[in-house]
Each structure stands twice: as structure tokens, then as C-alpha cells.
Design a protein around this ligand. Structure first.
Ligand code: XMP
Length: 524
């Protein structure tokens, strides 16, 4: 737990060395699904970081570089100094082969998709089946084995599809065991993590709750923690966790900025307000600052200035409403593990990969607060499991992400109360329709956008010159890239009909068919 909090635990886990693959985080999640702690370190990280992790084994990720280039990323010496088993995947296998004196070459064609591998000889890593379906994505391949290694599987395009050394300590896979397209992938990872590395077990929701509570108590003692509750998954789960750990030492402030979705402030109140008889009687203050926000935003059309104004107003309101902080020196922040990994990648020179952090920037230093980040080690799916275990309502835990600036970045152009009203209603109809078609959980994020144009329509015999609403739904695993969701036409038709029929000021509904990149998920 960071930034001012200290970490006290020790786990015999796995370290994934990140060479920049799109699958790096997926590998770590898979290992954690096997109930073993797993962390990600950049291949550029200090040797000390590897030593401090004290892993039971190392997995080398894939990566976008070509191992045939002299200058391409190499495996840090610290990895070999640990003397633990190593599994190289794709680029990781090639880097391993190169390190031990093998040869990597470009195979001429990019092999992408399903492949069948045939097993050779005996292997500690691969299941016994003679032939196994796997997922390949590579252009380079190992052409000459390093001395002391043998081939354990081959495919048509990769004669050395898997290799291992004679001591059963070093393994390479040209294919990706972490993706679901490799049906026996989890079995392979399990054999490595538990069979070969004998890594510790115990990374379960129950254990995460227990450890987190111990750690929060050890850090906070009898001091107070203040939390800005947004109603999103992360801040809600964090509130529930902190409440379980320190009870009324936690003070939550929810700022209603007037840019929330329909009924959102009430929902949060219902989930946490003891007067409503629920299980989580938080010390919560909901502040209606909508007028203050909307008057700051009046006439503003520039997306970045809108964001900045909202950020500044938030800090001002929060500072005012948080009151006397002498007894609450800690600020809880909802940083989660992908934020940590992406920031590390950025400091190690992969700035193009970073998604900017959307936490309450500026608050901790201004308010002279110490930071506590209880979700810092968790992936989003783990945060959700924690939320369920702590008794939060299902609909809150499985809610799509919602941006800090709220509807301001979905109401294009200058914001007006009327526009917000239309947007709220359209958004609610769209999400209700998705739920009715059992599609809400099938997409990663869905919402309505109010466009700053008018368009002609006819209702009965009357001409209507009214607003245009765009619907956006995306599928993504990390929100850094995203595909537009192929929603069934009948679902779109129902949402469109309802929006136009039920909201008099809308004459047209369009569906956004842009993926990210080049488009972003939000419109502003
Ligand atoms: P983009 O639009 O950058 O969005 O593709 C990626 C994810 O981030 C969310 N998002 C934000 N969240 N403050 C936030 O808290 C912001 O300013 C912001 N901008 C985008 C967006 O909803 C999506 O989930």
C-alpha cells in the first residue's frame, strides 16, 4: 500500500517481466486466478526491485520488439541472479534463447491465430496430450536452440514452438498460454506456477480482505481518513473496505457536481446511508454543489478547459466541505494496479502507453495529506470481487466506469441545464434497454452523448428541429484500446425509438461506430 503507507507482507509469488506486450497484464491476472500473488516489473526496473519481490518464479512477457536486433530489450541480470525457474513467452522465449546462445530469426511471415502443436519427448511444463491447440502471434522465432535445451513442441510454422533446459528450470513457449484461445493455457501456467516454482497459494478474496484490513489498521492507527466518494466502483469498494477496517475513523464526502447520471446521488445515498437501513453505515456527507459547478462551466465549450474547471472547482468544494483536517491526516485514493503498471511503463520510457490518471489530482499536496491507496495492488476484476465480498450491491459493483468530469464530457459544447436533462434521460433509456436485452455486462462501457447540433424530424405532420443524441458502446479489456460494440439492431432500434418518442426535444439518434484508436471512448 502506498504512497505514504508501508507494505508489511511477504508472499512467494511470481514476477512478470514486462517487455511491452499487450498481454502482460493478462498474464498477471491469470497467475492470480491460480490464487498466487503476481506482480509486473518492467525489464528496465532496478535489480533491487526484483530482489525485493523475492519471487518463486519469473515469467518473461511477449513484446513488440524484434529479438533479432542487437539493441532490443534484454532480460535483466537480476532475474538470473534470483536462481528461480523462468518461463519465457513469445518475445520472452526469444530473449531467453538469445541470452543462452541460441539463434532467433525472422520467419518471413507473421503467424497469427490458432495453431496445433505436436509434443516431443517429456516435459515438466506441457500437458501429456500428443497434440494441443494454441494461439500464436509472432513474426520471429527461435531457429537454433541454446546449448542444453531441447524442443518439447513444434508447429508447422514454428519447429521450435516450445523448449526447455535439461534441469527443468528454464522454459520457452512461442505461443500464448495466457489467452483463452489456448484451451490448455491455464493448465500450463498452473504447472509452471505450482508444479515447477512451488509458488505460494492464498491470493483469494478472503485473504485480500484480511491482509488489506490488517495493513490499513497498521498504517492508520487511530488517525482519520478522508475519502472522496464518487459512486464509482473503485471509490465505493475502497469506502467499504476502509469502513470495515477503521469504522468511523473514515469520513466520506460525496460532491454532487450536477454532472451525475440520473438518480446517481440517490443511489449512492441508498447504498451507504444508515438511515436507509443498509449494511454499510458510512460516515457520509453528500454536498450538492451543482450550482457552483454549472455556473463555473457556463458558456465554456473547450473540452480541456471544462475538465480543468471541474477539477479546480472540485478541489475548492472538497477543501471547504472536508472541514477541519487536523484529525483526518490521510486521504484515500482509488489507484488500482493497472494505473501503477502504466505509470511505471511511462517512467521507463513508454509514455505513449499511459492513460492519464483520473484521481483527484492536486488534493494531497494542497491539503498536506498523507495518501493511502488500499486498491493499489488489485486489478479491476479483483476490486469487484472485493466489493461483493464486502456486501456492496451488485449493480454498484458491476457498474460501467464513469469519468470524473461526468456528463460534462458527454454534453458537447456549452453546458445547459436543459441539455443535461435531455442527456440524463437518453442515457438512462439506453442503459435500461441494454439491461433489458441482457447486454449491459456484455459491453465495457455504454452511454449517450448530446451533440451540439440540431436536425430536422417529423412527428405526426409537424416538423421538428431538435437535438441529436449519439449512442456509444465499446468493448475493451483495458480502456486503452477499444472496439465499438456490435449491438444487435433490435436493441439499437428500441433505444432509438424510446429516446425519440419519450424525449420531445430529440429528433434523431445515431450510433457511434468508431474504435479506439483513432477515436477515444469519450467524445470530448
Ligand atoms: P478515453 O476517452 O480517453 O477514455 O478513451 C478512456 C477511459 O477513461 C475515462 N475517462 C476519464 N475518466 N476523468 C476520468 O475520471 C477524465 O477526464 C476521463 N476521460 C476519460 C473514460 O470514461 C474511459 O473509461
Amino acid at each position: 500500500m502506498n504512497t505514504n503507507a508501508t507494505r508489511t507482507r511477504h508472499r512467494r509469488g511470481i514476477v512478470v517481466v514486462d517487455f511491452g506486450s499487450q498481454y502482460t497484464q493478462l498474464i498477471a491476472r491469470r497467475v492470480r486466478e491460480l490464487e498466487t500473488w503476481c506482480e509486473i516489473l518492467s525489464w528496465r526496473a532496478d535489480g533491487e526491485a526484483f530482489r525485493a519481490a523475492e519471487p518463486a518464479g519469473i515469467i518473461l512477457s511477449g513484446g513488440p520488439e524484434s529479438a533479432t536486433h542487437e539493441q532490443s530489450a534484454t532480460i535483466p541480470d537480476a532475474v538470473f541472479d534470483l536462481s528461480v525457474p523462468i518461463l519465457g513467452i513469445c518475445y520472452g522465449m526469444q530473449a531467453l534463447a538469445r541470452h543462452y546462445g541460441g539463434r532467433v530469426a525472422t520467419s518471413g511471415s507473421h503467424e497469427f491465430g490458432h495453431a496445433d502443436i505436436a509434443r516431443h519427448g517429456s516435459s515438466k511444463l506441457l500437458p501429456e496430450k500428443a497434440s494441443t491447440q494454441v494461439w500464436m502471434s509472432h513474426a520471429d522465432r527461435v531457429e537454433v536452440l541454446p546449448p542444453g535445451f531441447s524442443v518439447t513442441a513444434s508447429s508447422v510454422n514454428a519447429p521450435i514452438a516450445a523448449m526447455e533446459d535439461a534441469h527443468g528450470r528454464c522454459f520457452g513457449l512461442q505461443f500464448h498460454p495466457e489467452v483463452t484461445h489456448t484451451p490448455q493455457g491455464m493448465e500450463i501456467l498452473d504447472r509452471f506456477v505450482h508444479g515447477i516454482c512451488d509458488a505460494g497459494r492464498g491470493w483469494t478474496t478472503k485473504e485480500i480482505v484480511r491482509e488489506s484490513i490488517d495493513e490499513i489498521r497498521a498504517n492508520v492507527g487511530d488517525e482519520g481518513v478522508i475519502l472522496a466518494l464518487s459512486g464509482g466502483v473503485d471509490s465505493s469498494v475502497m469506502a467499504a473496505l476502509l469502513h470495515r477496517a477503521i469504522g468511523d475513523q473514515l469520513r466520506c464526502v460525496m460532491v454532487d457536481n450536477g454532472l451525475l447520471r440520473l438518480g446517481e446521488a440517490e443511489e449512492v445515498r441508498a447504498a451507504f446511508d444508515p438511515r436507509q437501513g443498509n449494511a454499510l453505515p458510512l460516515n457520509l456527507r453528500i454536498v450538492d454543489a451543482s450550482e457552483e459547478f454549472l455556473s463555473e462551466l457556463e458558456g465554456e465549450t473547450d473540452p480541456e478547459r471544462k475538465r480543468r474547471l471541474i477539477g479546480e472547482t472540485f478541489i475548492r468544494v472538497f477543501e471547504r466541505e472536508a472541514g477541519d483536517l487536523s484529525s483526518t491526516p490521510w486521504l484515500a485514493q482509488g489507484t488500482i494496479y493497472p494505473d501503477v503498471v502504466e505509470s511505471a511503463a511511462a517512467t521507463h520510457g513508454h509514455a505513449d502507453l499511459i492513460k492519464s490518471h483520473h484521481n483527484v489530482g492536486g488534493l494531497p499536496t494542497r491539503m498536506k495529506l498523507k495518501l493511502i491507496e488500499p486498491l493499489r495492488e488489485l486489478f479491476k476484476d479483483e476490486v469487484r470481487q472485493l466489493g461483493i465480498a464486502l456486501g456492496l450491491p451488485d449493480e454498484l459493483v458491476h457498474r460501467h466506469p464513469f469519468p470524473g468530469p461526468g456528463l460534462a464530457v458527454r454534453h458537447l459544447g456549452a453546458i445547459t441545464p436543459d441539455g443535461l436533462e435531455v442527456l440524463r434521460r437518453a442515457d438512462k433509456i439506453f442503459l435500461d434497454t441494454l439491461r433489458a436485452h441482457s447486454l449491459y455486462s456484455e459491453v465495457s462501457q455504454a452511454f449517450a452523448v448530446l451533440l451540439p447540433v440540431r436536425s430536422v424530424g417529423v412527428v405526426g405532420d409537424a416538423r421538428r428541429y431538435a437535438r441529436v443524441v449519439a449512442l456509444r458502446a465499446v468493448v475493451t479489456s483495458d480502456f486503452m484500446t477499444a472496439d465499438w460494440a456490435r449491438l444487435p439492431h433490435d436493441c439499437l432500434a428500441e433505444a432509438s425509438n424510446r429516446i425519440i418518442n419519450e424525449i420531445p426535444d430529440v429528433s434523431r439518434v445515431v450510433y457511434d461506430v468508431s474504435s479506439k484508436p483513432p477515436a477515444t471512448i469519450e467524445w470530448e
